[in-house]
Design a protein around this ligand. Structure first.
Ligand SMILES: CC(C)(COP(=O)(O)OP(=O)(O)OC[C@H]1O[C@@H](n2cnc3c(N)ncnc32)[C@H](O)[C@@H]1OP(=O)(O)O)[C@@H](O)C(=O)NCCC(=O)NCCS
Length: 192
């Protein structure tokens, strides 16, 4: 079971469960058209954001198939809410989970999503019997594809026009990493 102690502390971030007080910051991030461009969701209203944080505040563990885990990315130096990382337990039988992330445009390009996602993946592989983690994105979402590759996930598929999203057919990329590959990558990076 993935039920970490919070906050999860990384070099520059604290990862903690969502709180109702995050609603305004979440709404501000999801008000940027560039943030939601390749998400399934649209720009959030304040009410949407409050619903979202209430829903996500309970997403603190992964135990059974279908469970969702989500943590707020908080800058350690000033306490700002700057995004989130999520993990969904897609299949217990196949040991399969899916990762997702969003970073505030004001804080992109600093490797913060990479740092947060690595910490979540470390904990997930340590505490759950996961065999494989996938990440999916619109083929035009180059920042997301680069991030998945930077985390060590391999591009395994480019599905052509397999989803109809926001009024158009879209291509989807699927990336994946096995437990053995994650462990080997961490060992190569000098992690225990
Ligand atoms: C995808 C997304 C989360 C990436 O956010 P981010 O915090 O900028 O991501 P990263 O951690 O990968 O950092 C990005 C850049 O920082 C650079 N960087 C700077 N310092 C770094 C460090 N210490 N460590 C790692 N990377 C660093 C990287 O080289 C990378 O550059 P690149 O994108 O040109 O390759 C962000 O673009 C986003 O929120 N997009 C909208 C929402 C979305 O589409 N989410 C994905 C849905 S599938």
């Amino acid at each position: 079971m993935l039920r970490p102690e919070f906050p999860i502390v990384t070099e520059r971030l604290l990862l903690r469960p969502f709180l109702e007080e995050d609603a305004d910051a979440l709404a501000a991030i999801h008000a940027h058209p560039s943030v939601v461009r390749y998400l399934y969701t649209d720009v959030m209203t304040a009410e949407d954001a409050l619903d979202a944080v209430r829903h996500r505040s309970g997403a603190t563990s992964l135990e059974a198939e279908g469970d969702q885990f989500g943590v707020a990315m908080i800058l350690a130096d000033d306490g700002a809410f700057i995004g989130d990382v999520s993990l969904v337990y897609r299949s217990e039988q196949n040991g399969l989970a899916e990762i997702g992330f969003v970073t505030d445009p004001a804080h992109r390009g600093r490797g913060l999503a990479t740092e947060a996602a690595r910490a979540v993946l470390d904990l997930a592989f340590e505490s759950l019997d996961l065999h494989r983690v996938i990440g999916r994105c619109d083929a035009r979402n180059l920042a997301s594809a680069r991030l998945l590759a930077r985390l060590g996930l391999r591009q395994e598929a480019h599905f052509v026009e397999n989803e109809f999203v926001k009024g158009e057919w879209t291509d989807e990329l699927v990336f994946a990493i096995l437990r053995s590959e994650w462990s080997a990558g961490r060992r190569a990076a000098g992690e225990p």
